[in-house]
Design a binder for this molecule. Structure first.
Ligand code: GPW
Length: 858
């Protein structure tokens, strides 16, 4: 520092030190400065959007001060750092969250939101309207991306020196429109207005190469240093997002890379007169970070995707290595200083890139380098489903990254040698575990195996899932490495966003009840167990229920707004209408089809009863009021998922317009499910559905969010549902369906015996086939029916249908006949949900995988 700024001048800097706003009037000063100077507007043309920009910039000013202090502290103290590599960060909106998390000097956190609310109120703005101006940062598909967002929140809150690394896509996940019942995708260009939450660091730019060839003029072994001469070069430019912790001044960093053309010019092309072409190639650079791939739990194997992955891994590693080198430590200390967590296999190339840096650029011995690499990386697996496991054709890989392919072959060679030594002559084993799959028409690089071989720990995301990976996809690796390389860290969610921000009414009831005005329970969720004593307290139950009713009305407002101002739900009946919600990506394994077929079953049963002359009052007793709410996006190319969306909308059309039902059953599909909508939808559930075929949903995280908001769950024995049951008690959850250990044999049986459908399901499918929901084209849903009836019912809809329907009967009974028991279950669920805070989860990663400690602000 002395060399940059002389001591005399530093005194002057100190005298002019920037200060955070602490008081309403200080905030207002700052707000108006930003309106006038940053936005170049005035009182006379400051609308809600401008107010959002000015508020965000003011809050950001505060955060940047703490961000700088945090980074200085982390550099000076030089403790071990964590880098979380994720191709997706599904952040949602930042402002409300920042207001909740932000520390000011005078007020304890939690109060800064109230302070700003009052301060902009005095200036003529309503905080709620201002917050709505912010577009979601939707740089993710679903659970995997949202998990990364919860993790950075918890890492900052726990004061861990930890950064996230990802890509700054110009287009996030597409916006979903429903047109005539069909999903239509529209581009999500989220950077229309200046984004106050990102700080462009154009001075931090890393050159990234692709294609080209390997020069080994001096030696022939692939193990010795080689020079990779890239054929195409682009720049990775850093954009930083401040990540404020809750009740701490720690502000961590999320660094997202954006692709730019280099300023270098292709003189060969230019000289040959091909000016237009050489500009065109430069333009291509930007396409690398243009768009997020919209697939969830599915890998397409496109070259541009591999390019994204390398671009991001290379830029991040370069950044990490540069920072490490400044410490002038020996390479052997790299793993003591740095832990890199791989969010699924998407960043697996980082393993190869670090090995390349150490061997080719830093000239370390291969084995020494490999020791450093494996001690640095750890890998989280999020699925056992074959179609989601990444594999890259050797040809494509070698064309884009010729040197990296060599390194992969060498890694594999040493790995297989080790296996051969441990298990001599087991050729079958060697071919099973080889990182290179000998498949036709082409060999493939198995990224999950590469990630296992290149990491010191591999974890699953819920107990059942972590057990499953050890007996299925990584079974042979358990034999090779021993069981201790594999571990479990059950997922979690941040209670700041998913309780305090999404459900302020419930958070405030809790803080009052626990006599915890500073919301400390959001840091220590075990405090919630004190609610157990109140589970049967009638006064408390009433307050609890009032909160739920408020949230249901709030959702009804949203549904009305999305429905063009027309109410689907009658306000007067909302209190005794069961809100039954399934919101998540649309996927056959998540079984929205089971849900909608169940709804049809209910509809047909009501119609049948009425037709046979049963009085309406009687029917309504058996089938009390209910609304089935769906939401979620399908991958644009996923035909079956799109058909499921269409079926839901077609059923809604028929059911909602059937006057005979007098509104006792409604079906709603909420278009464009995203994080900000989730914050309104989730707190409104009485019941939510987590009904994946057993063994397919690695964890699920919305299950935790619903429970944290006092909703009950109907679910299969899958993913984190198992631990939710353990924590909240099996009497407080509605489980049904076959167990994962039986799935294989049931599937096998379907292949060899013609499908025998339960009568209930037969009826439902017949109605669909008859065109009851598609009178103009009765065969519209045939592919869905065929998948159950004729194509082996891979997701076991028929096997689980009756127990699903029967379990819903139990739900109805309890909700409508024993509201007190219902409320008791709801209260007990929240009281016991503490385990699912992502703070707990991050502590486990830190203790068992990263070997890192918090670095608390002084
Ligand atoms: F296939 N998950 C996801 F494993 O949202 F990569 N997208 C994905 O592409 C994958 C997994 C992948 C989800 C799991 O489906 C869900 O069960 C889990 O809760 C979540 O990742 C976070 O672990």
């Amino acid at each position: 520092i002395d060399s940059i700024i002389p001591a005399e001048s530093r005194k002057l800097w100190d005298a002019h030190k920037v200060k955070k706003f602490n008081e309403p009037s200080e905030f207002q000063d700052r707000f108006i400065s930003h309106v006038e100077w940053t936005l170049a507007r005035s009182l006379y043309n400051c609308d809600d959007l401008a107010a959002y920009e000015a508020t965000s910039n003011s809050v950001r000013d505060n955060l940047v001060i703490d961000w700088n202090l945090t980074q200085q502290r982390q550099t000076a103290r030089d403790k071990k750092r964590v880098y979380y590599l994720s191709l997706e960060f599904l952040m949602g909106r930042a402002l409300d969250n920042a207001l909740i998390n932000m520390q000011t000097d005078t007020s304890s956190s939690g109060e800064s939101r109230e302070m700003v609310k009052g301060a902009i109120g005095d200036l003529g703005f309503k905080l709620e309207d201002v917050l709505k101006q912010e577009p979601d940062a939707a740089l993710g598909n679903g659970g995997l991306g949202r998990l990364a967002a919860c993790f950075v929140d918890s890492m900052a809150t726990g004061d861990y020196p930890a950064w996230g690394y990802g890509l700054r896509y110009q287009y996030g996940i597409f916006a979903q429109k429903i047109i005539n019942g069909f999903q239509v995708e529209t581009p999500d260009y989220w950077l229309n207005f200046p984004n106050p939450w990102e700080i462009e660091r154009s001075e931090i730019h890393v050159p990234i190469n692709f294609y080209g060839y390997v020069d080994r003029s001096s030696n022939t072994s692939t193990l010795t240093p080689a020079e990779w001469l890239g054929g195409e070069r682009v720049l990775a430019v850093a954009y930083d997002m401040p990540i404020p912790g809750f009740k701490t001044s720690t502000v961590n960093n999320l660094r997202l890379w954006s692709a730019r053309p280099t300023t270098e010019f292709d003189f060969a092309k230019f000289n040959s007169g091909d000016y237009r072409n050489s500009v065109e190639q430069q333009q291509r650079a930007e396409s690398i970070t243009a768009v997020l791939y919209p697939n969830d739990n599915f890998e397409q194997g496109k070259e541009l995707r591999l390019k994204q992955q390398y671009f991001w891994c290379a830029a991040s590693l370069h950044d990490i290595v540069r920072r490490f080198k400044k410490t002038r430590r020996p390479w052997s200390e790299f793993p003591d200083q740095i832990a890199i967590q791989l969010n699924d296999t998407h960043p697996t190339l980082a393993i190869v890139e670090l090995q390349r840096i150490l061997v080719d650029l830093e000239k370390l011995d291969w084995h020494e380098a490999w020791g450093i690499v494996t001690a640095t990386f750890a890998y989280t697996n999020h699925t056992v489903m074959q179609e989601a496991l990444e594999k890259w054709p050797v040809g494509l890989f070698g064309h884009l990254l010729p040197r990296h392919l060599e390194i992969v072959f060498d890694i594999n060679w040493f790995f297989l040698k080790e296996v051969e030594e441990k298990f001599p002559h087991d050729v079958d084993l060697l071919s099973r575990v080889s990182i290179i799959e000998e498949s036709s028409p082409e060999r493939q690089v198995r990224m999950a195996y590469l990630a296992v071989v290149g990491s010191h720990k591999v974890n699953g995301v819920a107990e059942l899932h972590s057990d499953l990976i050890k007996t299925t996809i990584f079974k042979d690796f358990v034999k090779i490495y021993g069981v201790h390389k594999f571990t479990n860290v059950t997922n979690g969610i941040t209670p700041r966003r998913w309780l305090k921000q999404a459900n302020p009414k419930l958070a405030s009831l809790i803080s009052k009840t626990l006599n915890d005005p500073e919301d400390k329970f959001l840091l220590d969720m075990s405090k919630l167990t004190a609610l157990r004593d109140l589970a049967e307290d009638e006064d408390f139950q009433e307050k609890w229920n009032d909160v739920k009713q408020f949230n249901k009305l709030r959702l009804a407002d949203l549904i009305k707004e999305l429905n063009g101002g027309v109410d689907i739900l009658e306000r007067d009946h909302i209190r005794n209408t069961l809100f039954d919600i399934q919101v998540k990506r649309i996927h056959e394994y998540k079984r929205q089809q089971l849900n909608i077929l169940g709804v049809i079953h209910r509809y047909l049963s009501i119609k049948e009863a009425l037709a046979s002359g049963v009085k309406f009052e009687e029917v309504a007793k058996k089938f009390p009021r209910k609304v089935s709410i769906f939401g979620g996006k399908s991958a644009p190319g996923y035909y079956m998922a799109k058909l499921i969306i269409k079926l839901i909308n077609s059923v809604a059309e028929v059911v909602n317009n059937d006057e005979e039902l007098c509104d006792i059953l409604k079906v709603v599909f909420i278009p464009d499910y995203n994080v900000s909508k989730a914050e309104i939808i989730i707190p409104a559930s009485d019941l939510s559905e987590h009904i994946s075929t057993a063994g397919t949903e690695a964890s699920g995280t919305s299950n935790m969010k619903f429970v944290m908001n006092g909703g009950l769950i109907i679910g299969t024995v899958d993913g984190a549902n198992v631990e939710i049951t353990r924590e909240i008690g099996e009497e407080n959850i509605f489980l049904f369906g076959n167990l994962s250990e039986n799935v294989e044999e049931l599937r096998y049986a379907h292949q060899y015996q013609p499908q025998k459908l339960p009568q209930s399901l037969e009826k439902v499918l017949n109605a669909v086939e008859s065109g009851a929901f598609s009178p103009d084209s009765p065969s519209e849903f045939q592919p869905l029916i065929d998948s159950i009836k004729h194509h082996g019912d891979y997701y076991l809809v028929s096997d689980d249908f009756d127990s699903y329907v029967a379990t819903h009967e139990l739900v109805d009974e309890l909700y409508h006949k024993d509201k007190k028991s219902w409320l008791k279950k709801s209260i007990l669920s929240v009281a016991n949900v503490g385990f699912f805070s992502s703070d707990r989860c991050i502590e486990e990663y830190a203790g068992t995988i990263w070997n890192t400690e918090p670095l608390k602000p002084e």
